[in-house]
Design a protein around this ligand. Structure first.
Ligand code: SF4
Length: 364
C-alpha cells in the first residue's frame, strides 16, 4: 500500500481506502505492507497507490508498472474514479496498517500525539451522498443522502473514539437512526466534514447537542448567498446549546476580488453576532489575488480562537507593535494600511469589529 499524500507532505489522516484494502487482502491470507517510498514497488505482486488531494505530488512513471493500481479523489478530482468493490468497501479497515510507520516516526522524535487520528479513532462513513452539489465539492454524483454502513462495520472496540467522513449526515432522512447507533457504542464521535446548518431542526439540534460529541461542533457557511438559511439554522442550534460552535468559511472560490473580501468579512460579522467562531478556508486561487496577503492575515486572525475572541482585525494587525517601534512595519499591519487606504469604506465597516462586543447581542 502506498499513501501518496503521506509520502508527499504528510497528512494527519490515515487513508481509509488503503486500510480497507489491507484488511481485505490480509483476510485472504496475503501479506500487506505500507511502503514509505516508491523504490521497491517492483518486488510486490500488487501495489495500491491512493491519494486524497489533487495537489499531492506523485511520480507519474509509477503508473507504468503493471502491478500498480492508483485510486482516490486525488487522482480523480472530478469524482469519476473507480469505486472499491463492495466487499472491500464494506470490509473492516486494517487499523494496524500504519503502526510500523508510526513507531519509526516516534523513534525519530515525532510526538505520539501527532498520530492520534491513526491510533485512537474508528473511522468510516455511515451515510454517503449529498443533494446540494456545491460547485467546489467533489461529491456531486448523488442526488440524495443514503445509508452506507452500520457503525459496527468499522468499529474497533479498543479505540476510544469514532470519526466519520459522512458528507451530509444531517441531510439524511433517517438521521436519528445514525445518532441512535452512535449513542449505543458509548463512544465519543465527531463528523469531520462541516455539518449542514441549513437543514437544522429543533429535533436535530437537541440530539446533536446532547450527544457525546468529540471536539467542537463544526458547520459550513460557504457562501454569503446562504445567509438567511444559515441564520435560521444557527437560531435553532444556539437555542439548544452554548457549546463551542465553529463554521468553515470558504473564500477565494467564486472570485478573489473586493466583493469576495467583503463577503468574507460579512460572514465573520454574522458569526460574531451568534458568538460562533469562524474557520477560514482559502481556496487555492487566493494565491493569484491582489488580496493574497489580506486573505492570509484574515485567516490567521480567525483561525486562532484565542486571538479572534479578544481582538478586532485591526488589533490583530497591530499586535506586534514592538516591530513598529523598531522601524519595521509588520506585514499584517502593512497589508491593513494598504487596504484601508484603497478601500476606506469597506475597512470602516469591518476591521474594528470585535467578537466580544457581541457577547450580549441576544441574536438567538
Ligand atoms: S453540502 Fe457539503 S457535501 Fe454537500 S455538495 Fe456541498 S460541500 Fe459537498
Amino acid at each position: 500500500m502506498i499513501d501518496a499524500d503521506l509520502l508527499d507532505n504528510g497528512t494527519r489522516h490515515p487513508n481509509l481506502a488503503l486500510m480497507k484494502l489491507s484488511g481485505y487482502y490480509k483476510n485472504k491470507g496475503h501479506e500487506v505492507t505500507l511502503l514509505t517510498d516508491y523504490s521497491s514497488i517492483i518486488g510486490y505482486d500488487k501495489v495500491f497507490v491512493s491519494k486524497v488531494f489533487s495537489f499531492t505530488k506523485f511520480p507519474k512513471e509509477v503508473k507504468r508498472f503493471n502491478n500498480v493500481k492508483c485510486g482516490g479523489s486525488g487522482f480523480y478530482p472530478e469524482g469519476n474514479g473507480p469505486k472499491l468493490a463492495k466487499t472491500i468497501e464494506h470490509h473492516m479497515p486494517d487499523y494496524s496498517l500504519y503502526e510500523e510507520f508510526i513507531q519509526a516516526e516516534i523513534r525519530k522524535g515525532v510526538k505520539p500525539s501527532r498520530f492520534k487520528d491513526y491510533r485512537d479513532f474508528s473511522i468510516g462513513f455511515m451515510t454517503r451522498g449529498c443533494f446540494r452539489k456545491c460547485e467546489f465539492c467533489i461529491n456531486k454524483k448523488y442526488d440524495s443522502v443514503f445509508r452506507h454502513a452500520s457503525v459496527n462495520e468499522f468499529l474497533d472496540p479498543e479505540r476510544k473514539y469514532i470519526y466519520l467522513w459522512d458528507d451530509n449526515v444531517l441531510g439524511y432522512a433517517k438521521w436519528y437512526e445514525v445518532f441512535d447507533e452512535l449513542r449505543a457504542t458509548g463512544k465519543s464521535f465527531q463528523f469531520r466534514q462541516g455539518l449542514d446548518i441549513r437543514v437544522m431542526t429543533s429535533d436535530k439540534a437537541e440530539v446533536l447537542a446532547k450527544s457525546r460529541y468529540y471536539g467542537d461542533y463544526i458547520f459550513a457557511f460557504d457562501d454569503l448567498a446562504q445567509k438567511n438559511e444559515v441564520i435560521k439554522g444557527l437560531r435553532i442550534w444556539k437555542k439548544k446549546t452554548g457549546k463551542i460552535t465553529k463554521l468553515y468559511l470558504l473564500c477565494a472560490f467564486k472570485s478573489t476580488d473586493l466583493k469576495d473580501i467583503e463577503e468574507l468579512f460579512e460572514r465573520i460579522q454574522i458569526l460574531m453576532r451568534f458568538q460562533c467562531l469562524p474557520y477560514v478556508m482559502r481556496y487555492e486561487n487566493y494565491k493569484n489575488s491582489k488580496f493574497a496577503r489580506l486573505y492570509t492575515h484574515i485567516a490567521r486572525w480567525c483561525n486562532q480562537p484565542h486571538i479572534f475572541k479578544k481582538m478586532s482585525f485591526r488589533e490583530f494587525c497591530l499586535a506586534h507593535m514592538a516591530y513598529v517601534e523598531s522601524g519595521h512595519v509588520p506585514a499584517a499591519l502593512r497589508t491593513l494600511n494598504e487596504f484601508e487606504e484603497e478601500y476606506p469604506e469597506v475597512a470602516k465597516r469591518y476591521v474594528d469589529l470585535k467578537y466580544m462586543h457581541y457577547k450580549d447581542s441576544h441574536e438567538f
